[in-house]
Design a protein around this ligand. Structure first.
Ligand code: SF4
Ligand code: SF4
Length: 482
């Protein structure tokens, strides 16, 4: 027969049941900073899709048309490398700011933190402060409890639906989406994403909260690899605070052998992840600084100096001199600065016109009755600008080179059927009227006089807007002769 203890061990769960956390509201300089971050970030999120720009939505990621509108800029699939560039900048920023000041992102800017703040605020307004919320949860079900819980969830759901609607409004023009929602005519994908994003917001910010940070977020797992002994962390000054213990305000606590910590647990009660910062740096800490505000308030009341819990570094805590400027910061900062400057310069110098040239694969070249040699290409001109332009096409590279253009088409050139209008405008080129955001495809023939080209030659096509010479693009191609 097995001993009872072995049976108990065999049936015991390895998982600790979640204890619901009731964070107390913190008040102080860092909380005000967090409130500001919430206002700015959520303000941008909810208002940007409603801001008009040049007769359209200021920020719109139009996936079906494969165009991203960001204020005056229009990004095409060909501009995809800007997105890669931006992601590298964001990744490096995370390295830089984490090495500088720990989990700044988690504490102030992460969507999970920001939306949880709003959901908590709604909860406090409806269910009351920490003590009232605990009492309400422990009380038996009654009409009053049902009314409070029902109201809270109704407000949460409305807010979550607005969040999901706004999210889809970045991908579908939000005015159109509003009309569809009011008429109940949203498409299946729009409906799915509105509901999915609403559900995710409601679930993550209303219920999961700190569990997302503790169990789901990968960043929490590897962030410590970016820390060094000079990184700013939020820490409790054990040397100053211990031994902790209750005392009266007027007591000479030093003579009682006590440190500055009065063991009030205010720092624990405000913590959104429910940890005790006095136990040292823990991976659950999202660096929200609520415990600094709570402890500073206590220190003020006790007339002790602030900073028992504070931003500091491991080195400083051990009595050393912390350094903000260190080789790692200089490398991260230098790279980040260079990438950001390059990004801004590249965007500002970017010309909103694209040119693609493809050789006709049906024939290498054609010899005309007068002996001249002709090559055929399909030219695509992308007018990425927000205005229509007349574009002039020209080609250079071989003496006596002439260019002829056919009619607009979308398929590769077929020299048997194309009616070519030979322009001979070299170097001024053939002109095409191309609408805003339109792609123009045209078969083009290059012709050289007899004997002017044998074998392969490099030629260069150039397109330039007649009314805006800075809008130009060029593309190299091969001209083949006998
Ligand atoms: S320990 Fe302090 S900084 Fe860390 S999560 Fe808790 S309250 Fe925020
Ligand atoms: S708030 Fe300050 S004084 Fe109170 S328990 Fe925390 S560290 Fe100690």
């Amino acid at each position: 027969m097995k001993p009872a203890a072995t049976d108990a061990a065999a049936t015991a769960s390895l998982y600790e049941a979640r204890k619901k956390i009731y964070p107390r509201e913190a008040d102080g300089r860092f909380q005000r900073l967090r409130n500001l971050a919430v206002w700015v970030l959520l303000g941008l999120y909810y208002l940007l899709p409603w801001v008009p720009w040049d007769g359209r939505q200021s920020v719109l990621f139009d996936l079906p048309a494969r165009k991203f509108y960001v204020f005056g800029l229009v990004f095409w699939p060909q501009d995809f490398f800007y997105l890669t560039w931006l992601l590298i900048i964001l990744g490096l920023s995370l390295f830089f700011f984490t090495a500088l000041a720990g989990r700044l992102w988690c504490g102030y800017a992460c969507p999970q933190t920001v939306w949880t703040e709003v959901f908590l605020w709604i909860e406090r307004k409806i269910e009351g402060n920490r003590n009232k919320r605990i009492k309400l949860d422990r009380s038996p079900w009654s009409l009053a409890k049902l009314a409070r819980k029902g109201t809270k969830h109704a407000v949460w759901v409305i807010f979550a639906l607005w969040t999901g609607f706004t999210f889809v409004g970045f991908f579908t023009p939000i005015h159109q989406l509003t009309g569809k929602v009011l008429d109940f005519t949203t498409g299946p994908w729009e409906t799915f994403w509105v509901l999915f994003y609403s559900f995710a917001t409601w679930g993550n910010a209303g219920f999961m909260r700190e569990q997302v940070c503790k169990y789901m977020c990968p960043y929490a797992r590897f962030q410590s690899a970016m820390f060094d002994r000079d990184t700013l962390i939020i820490a409790y000054d054990t040397g100053r605070g211990e031994p902790r213990g209750a005392r009266s305000r007027s007591a000479d606590y030093r003579s009682q052998g006590l440190g500055d910590c009065i063991d009030c647990k205010a720092c624990v009660q405000v913590c959104p992840t429910g940890i005790d910062i006095r136990e040292g740096l823990q991976y659950e800490c999202i660096a929200c600084a609520a415990c600094i505000d709570a402890c500073d308030e206590v220190m003020d009341k006790m007339s002790y100096p602030r900073g028992l819990v504070r931003y500091t570094s491991q080195k400083a805590l051990e009595g050393g001199q912390g350094h903000v400027v260190r080789p790692r910061m200089m490398v991260y900062g230098g790279l980040l600065g260079a990438l950001m400057i390059g990004f801004v310069v590249s965007i500002s110098l970017r010309t909103p016109v694209g040119l693609d040239v493809m050789r006709d694969r049906n024939a290498l070249y054609r010899t005309l009755p007068d002996g001249s040699i002709e090559n055929v290409y399909l030219v695509r001109i992308l007018n990425k600008d927000t205005r229509a332009h007349r574009y002039l096409l020209s080609a250079t590279g071989i003496p006596g080179l002439e260019l002829g253009a056919g009619q607009q088409r979308d398929e590769p050139a077929d020299e048997e059927t194309d009616e070519l209008e030979h322009t001979g405008h070299v170097p001024r080129g053939a002109g095409f009227e191309i609408g805003a955001g339109a792609v123009f495809s045209v078969p083009v023939r290059l012709r050289v006089p007899a004997g002017a080209a044998s074998g392969a030659h490099d030629v260069s096509f150039e397109v330039v807007a007649a009314d805006a010479p800075r809008l130009k693009a060029s593309r190299d191609a091969r001209f083949l002769g006998p």
